[in-house]
Every structure is written in C-alpha cells, then in structure tokens.
Design a protein around this ligand. Sequence first.
Ligand code: HAM
Length: 450
Amino acid sequence: MADMQDEGEMTTGNMFQRPKGVHDILPDTHEYFTFIKKVVRHRARQSGFRRISTPIFEFTDVFARAVGADTDIVSKEMYTFQDRKGRSLTLKPEGTAGTVRAYIQHNMHTLAQPVELYYIEPHFRYDRPQKGRFRQFWQYGFEVIGESDPALDAQLIYLAQTITEDLGVAGLFKLQINSIGCMNEKCRPHFMSDLKNFYFGKERSLCADCKTRVETNPLRLLDCKLEDCRILAELAPKMKDYLCEECREFHKQLLDLLKELGVEYVENSSLVRGLDYYTKTVFEFWDRALGAQNAICGGGRYDGLIELMGGAPTPAVGFAAGIERIVDNMKREKIRVPKKDDLHVFVAQLGYEAKKKCLTLMTKLREAGIKTIGALGKDSIKAQLRHADRFQVPYTIIIGITEVRDKTAIIRDMKRGSQEIVAYGKVVEEMKKMLGKERLDTYSPGEVLY
Ligand code: HAM
C-alpha cells in the first residue's frame, strides 16, 4: 500500500517527503474510507446514534485529566504546543475525552438519556511508526453516555462486531473481554495494592517501562508485551478474584447477554487497556493471528469520567476502531468495495466552436447524473480517444467541425467500437437511456426541508 508506507526524511534530493508516521490517502484507498464511513453512518442511524465532531485540538488538560497523566498516550505520545498566548493545546489523541467535554459543556444531561453519539475523525499520537501504527490515524467511535446496564455494553459490543462483519473482516478478529472493576475500596484499589505487593522486590526482572509502572500505573504491568514481564504478569494476582459484588454481577450478566446475541468472546484477565478512565467492562478485538498487536477496535465502560471532567456523576460506555487497520485488512483479504468514481462519458472535440458546444454539453450531462470528463486541450481526435481509453469510460461523445455545422454529436460505444450520430439537443436523453437509471449519480439540492 504505497500511500500507507512510511517515508521519514523531510526531503529526498530536491523533493519533499511526508513526515514520518503520517500517510496520504490516495484515491484508491479513499474508496475504502468512503465505504467504511457509509457503513458506520448506516449502522449508527439504525441504532439512534447521532454524529458529533469535536475540535482537532483541545486544552491539554482535557486529555491529561481524562486519559491519565501516567498513561503512555499522555506522557509520551501527545502533540502538544503553545498558542500565541502561551496556552497549552494538544491535537486529540483519542475521541472520548473531547466528547465528554462537549457533553458537559453543552448540558447534554438535559437531553433524553442515554445520549448516543458517534464520530469519524482523525487522531494524533506520537507513536513509534510501524505497520498499522501511525501518527495521524482515523477512528470511528461510539459513545453511550447517561445510563449503566450490562445490556448497553452488550449492545455496543454487538454493534462493533456488526460493523466489522459488514466490512468483511469479522472472521479475522476475536473479542477479548475483561472487567477491571470499580473504584470501590474493596474492588480495584484492593487489587492494585496486592498487585503492587506482588511486584515488590521483583523490579529487576521488569523492563524499563514496567519498572516505573509499578509506582505510576501498576495495572499496565499486566499487558506488557515483553517476555520477562509477561511471565511475571501470568503469576500476578487476577482482577477477577477481586471484583466487588456489583462488578462481578455486572460482568456475569454482560457475558450472558453476549452469548444471547451470539457474540464469541475470550475472557482475558490481562486485558487492561491503555487509558485510565475505564471501569468495569474493557474489551478489544484482536487479530486472531497477531494477538494484541494491531487490535482493530477497543473500548469499555467509563462510569467515573464525566464526574472527573467536572460533570455530575454519569455512567458511560464506548469504543473506537482504527480505520487504517481495517482498510489494511480489507485489502489483504482482497475485499473490494463498490466504486462510485467510475466515469460514464468522455467528451472529445475538435475546433473552437466544437469546444464551446462541448463545454455546455458537459455541464448538462453532469447535471443529469452522468459522470463526465472531457479533453478541452488542443490534442487531435485520435490522441483524445486514446485518452478516453485510459479512463475506461463506456462511451465517448465526439463533436467536430461537421457536427457543429449539422447540430449533431457522435456517441461512440467504446467496448463495441460502434458509433451513432445523434441530434445535439437529444444527446443527454440518449445517454441517460444508454446508461440506465440505476447507474446515474444524481442528487437534488431541492430535497432540503424548510
Ligand atoms: P484505543 O484502543 O487507544 O482506544 O484506540 C482505538 C483503536 O484505534 C485501536 O484499536 C486501533 O485500531 C486504533 N489506533 C490506536 N492508535 C493507533 C495508531 N497509532 N495508528 C493506527 N491506529 C490506531 C481509544 O482511543 C478509546 N478512546 C476508545 C473508547 C471510546 N473507549 C471508550 N470510548
């Protein structure tokens, strides 16, 4: 995928390169993006979700507080800068913090609860670029704010799964699920204290990151990917043995509901997620072959976040999926998406008078939903027809000096190589008939409701 490969240097010779970790979405890849957005919008509307876009940058504290100062995202991966008045701003590394900020700022608690929102947005993380890991990447995400019930978590996971099914990649991934409990003293805090005790004196066997995590973020010790850390994590206490009664019952019901919905899952006690706001449910869709690496989707419940961000205590649950990773998998699986970019007609002309006729004809064809391009330069008809071949259009319309004089046009069927002469005033009607109604690309601004 040339547009998603990494370059790195600012220039090669005299030529600019894109910065490391970002990519161009070239037209062939855009077809996948367009299709994915369409599927997401369709599934969102079907379940009553409404779209939200939060700004590309927020005050840095929005992310520091929501995601957690000791997480990798906040401590290592944010694109932070000062504006001209010295305020610290950050390009959004994820979508939940901004959505929650907007929920509180716009008093959405006064709307019917839960408020169901979705977004399709670019995000930015100063991650180490590698396959499927970019510094600018797109996510679609869903957030359900204002109610707590395992049925909501189940429904949301089902939605995440349905979208991957629609996109043809569901079979490649498996849902991993866990509960990381709540902030009740007897629940996660008790577990954390035992976890720290377990690691006490074993720091020497840990990687450099995990050595600091013992103090700053012990939960993340459980999902380190390095061999030695994993061996210790296997032996460490398990959150499921510490869940309070409420969290245990919540999780039990969730698993039961997932079974009811026919969603396959793996209970994974080391799944903790890399963002601090989660409570109870956490989940990810892992690649069946690669595991945690390149998960396409992740999420969970965040019942404490709205209060932490200055709102009233409000439960919530959500997930986000990485669009580039999905596109990559779709391409690898040779999944093709419906193309809307195919052109219908190429218009060729010879002489200034013919060019004038062609310009108006092209506008009329386009208005009628016929996707049209034309050669308005000075090439010979032969060169223009060669050009038409490269666009693989089914029809070419030719207007030369004779056609201008006779008020006609030639319509050439490019596949058959046959052609017919049609009155200039009838070309649009004739083309519509030839293409058939279903192939036309019409939209009517007149559909706006006042
Ligand atoms: P996350 O797991 O950090 O969760 O990201 C969600 C998905 O975004 C990942 O599963 C992955 O597919 C994609 N992704 C993350 N980082 C990158 C990257 N550097 N390059 C390419 N793709 C990437 C969140 O962002 C949470 N806000 C999800 C959530 C919503 N939780 C509750 N509501």
